[in-house]
Design a protein around this ligand. Sequence first.
Ligand code: BG6
Length: 474
Amino acid sequence: MDSFALIIFGITGNLAQIKLIPVLYDMEEKGLLPDGVIIVGIARREMTGRQLQNYVSEVLRLENIHHKHPIKEDVFKKLCERFKYLSGEIQDEKLYARLTSEISHKNRIYYLATYPELYHYIFENLQKHKLNFQNSGWVRLMIEKPIGHDLKSARELNNLLLKYFSEDQIYRLDHYLGKETIQNILTFRFSNDIFEPLINKDYIDHIQITASEDFGIGRRGGYYDQVGALRDVGQNHQLQMLSFATMDAPSEFSNEAVTAQRIKILRSLQPLLQKTIFGQYEGYRKEENVDPNSNIDTFYALKTFINSNRFQDVPVYIRAGKKLKQYVTEISIVFKNPVNRLLKHLDWGEEPNVLIYRIQPNEGIVLKILTKKPGHEVKLQPEYMQYCYRIDPHSHYIPDPYERLLIDTIRGDQTFFNDAEEVEAQWAFIDPLAKRRGKPHLYKPDSWGPKEADELIEDDGRKWLEPSMDFCRI
Ligand code: BG6
């Protein structure tokens, strides 16, 4: 792997603390950072080298659901040796003059872990100092959601990015695309030929996608109250899940071919204004940095269709929210029951087969089937045929999505990143729904959201599947 400089704008921000610094530690521990790699952290506050080390040490010891393991002193030391720190105002041109003198590396990754309002100062100043030029090396830019807050602003941001970088330099990161369990959907579907013939309207009754969290917004009120659930996780993570589960086989495993198929799904989604429900958990308005009269959604549920021959009339139900009953993210492909099923008169006899991609927790791919209950009579019971990461002896280790995506950026592989068109296709679907958001329905913490979300699916004679914890248990 080439050596490079990683320049993080916003090293003291939330993203750097929760994701980037812990992931860099993990990469150091696994020997994934080549010799000569340096990390330049940029932020406003003054810090000496010693203070920076203390800061990194504190961050690594923070309570972090995604990064839970002891910190080894030798790894920490090695990581700290790579760190340089530049304090200054992002608007200030002098900062970039100092940056130029700090990095002699031809290969550079700029990571924007700061406020979108500051992006244009960064780009202009990089340009002034020719820091975005690719001479004999490569220059790449990593940028996270939000890519705009609607279609118009996403287009504006994409245009701004393209003024300073070419599309093949821009790595728009949606960390769900870096999740091992989501990437595995493609392998599962396109390397096991027995399932793919079933993934269509002839066999599928409907699709459900659930991303529920059993915690609230924490200290992110300032951000969350401007955005809401639909735009926070619906526009990006959940639409990605849907496109992985339903896209046609790409002609080859390349960035262009895979991205093109994802975009095809996104463009064929039908926004159904009357079939989108918004909710807010009781007590949300009292959260830190939240408007006491806020009408922002902390929950949403929607129904849509994929306008294609393959999925004609197959409804897709998507829901996500905070402070719900369970922490679980999954895609369920619910199959149709043939009318002539042999034992349909028995208890459980009409239970449908369900293919479950369990993204988290208890990661795995599971097929819900009916089996005969052992004994002298014919009785049925639902069971799971399962591939489980946590109990597969060959794959205990699931890399953090940020680690996966950083490695891909270093390698120059954009397959699991969004391009401008993809982000705009997501917004084109979400925009009309987000814009008609009215007063949300209140729901009790620890529930499955407002009753209107149940009615959304029950009106069609179906119900939300209660995510099971009976499979892939450690
Ligand atoms: C982020 C959202 O993009 O994704 C958060 O801003 C959400 O609100 C998070 O909690 C979910 O990611 P994960 O990896 O924890 O499922």
